[in-house]
Design a protein around this ligand. Structure first.
Ligand code: MRU
Length: 363
């Protein structure tokens, strides 16, 4: 997608795939910094500290991370170790496990001497497949946005509320929930996006707002608690979010706070969509209570980070020194609150039957 009018992706290989370049998302929106990840430890740290984040991008980073590890040491032991280290970085996004399984499937049967080249080829293939999936999600989802605009009489921009960052920064390109917005915008549909700030890490305020701004898409950042009020006032036509793990029956794990937006949307009769590539579907999991919910450092709740007007990065405490805090990073929106899932193969009800109609090979 575009940055300062130039096309850019969130990740790309450098040095013949021996290292990976990423946009360091902890520096946005104030600084567009490119970081280079030169070894397995660096890749694992980048995922854990959220220099890269978002379910699809976590998976693709891990795939490139395997290539980096194979460049250093292509033995069976090194492959096992790389997979174990990367798999332990973040627990909720199933794309991580999926990408590592794909790499293992391709690399395991090969002689060690052939593994690095094959790993790079496979990581590139997964990255390109992710771009294609997100582009297709954009095409399918744009129809939903356009229909909402027409239903509202085309009198004003269609108002979409989104949570967290499910844009191109969370994938390789296009994104999931933001892809339909980009495509609708390209198709000439006027869109206005309500951007949930998304405490504690503010991916909405920092990343979604930045992405949309780079593309010239009208948006307004709101406090996380404002969405329900806007819905009651008729100021939201539809909600559109991403997913980190979708159960085989259509429940959607996504950034903490997503569930509350789905409840408010349900109460106000507002359609609530989740957009996700099939790499986000956990076909083995029926029970949403079994989704591992990441719990991060409470410091992300007790402190807040920003840039002061003189240009320095600053972290300040917002709670009393002795108040304990908890930091649940994701929640699960039950399928019954999800109007439909938008995937690369089309749009389906959030149910086992709906998913299997699009992915019959999983039945
Ligand atoms: O903790 P994060 O920033 O990795 O969480 C990201 C989200 O929750 C996104 O909404 C989700 O990954 C879907 S993104 C394409």
């Amino acid at each position: 997608m575009m940055v300062a009018g130039r096309p850019m992706r969130s990740i790309w290989p450098v040095d013949g795939g021996r290292r990976i370049a990423i946009i360091d998302q902890t520096r946005l929106p104030h600084e567009l910094a490119i970081a280079t990840l030169a070894d397995l430890a660096g890749v694992a740290t980048a995922i854990r500290t959220m220099q890269v984040r978002g379910a699809p991008l976590i998976g693709i980073t891990a795939a490139y991370g395997i290539a980096v590890a194979m460049a250093a040491e292509p033995s069976d032991t090194a492959l096992d170790r790389a997979i174990a280290i990367l798999a332990a970085t973040r627990p909720t996004a199933v794309n991580l496990r999926w990408a590592l399984a794909e790499m293992d499937r391709v690399l395991r049967p090969l002689a060690p001497g052939r593994r690095f080249a094959a790993a790079l080829t496979q990581a590139e293939a997964l990255a390109e497949a992710d771009v294609a999936s997100c582009r297709a999600i954009g095409e399918h989802g744009a129809e939903v946005i356009e229909n909402a605009w027409r239903r509202a009489g085309e009198a004003r921009p269609v108002a979409v509320l989104t949570h967290c960052n499910a844009g191109w920064l969370a994938a390789v390109d296009w994104g999931t929930a933001l892809a339909p917005i980009y495509r609708a915008h390209q198709n000439g549909v006027p869109v206005h996006v309500w951007v949930d700030e998304t405490r504690p890490r503010n991916q909405g305020a920092a990343l979604t707002a930045w992405e949309l701004g780079q593309h010239g898409i009208a948006h307004t950042v709101i406090a996380d608690n404002a969405g329900g009020h806007l819905m009651q006032r008729g100021l939201v036509d539809l909600c559109l979010v991403g997913s980190d793990r979708t159960t085989a029956r259509g429940d959607v794990a996504n950034k903490i706070g997503t569930y509350l937006k789905a409840l408010a949307a349900h109460d106000n009769d507002i359609p609530f969509y989740a957009a996700l590539p099939s790499s986000t579907i956990d076909w083995d999991l029926e029970d949403p209570a079994l989704i591992p919910i990441e719990r991060r450092d409470p410091r992300e709740v007790t402190h807040i980070e920003g840039w002061c007007e003189t240009g320095q990065r600053l972290t300040v405490r917002v709670t009393p020194r002795d108040s304990p805090a908890e930091n649940y990073a994701f929640d699960v929106t039950p399928a019954r609150l999800v109007t439909a899932l938008i995937t690369e193969r089309g749009i389906c009800p959030a149910s086992r039957e709906g998913l299997l109609a699009l992915f019959p090979e999983r039945g």
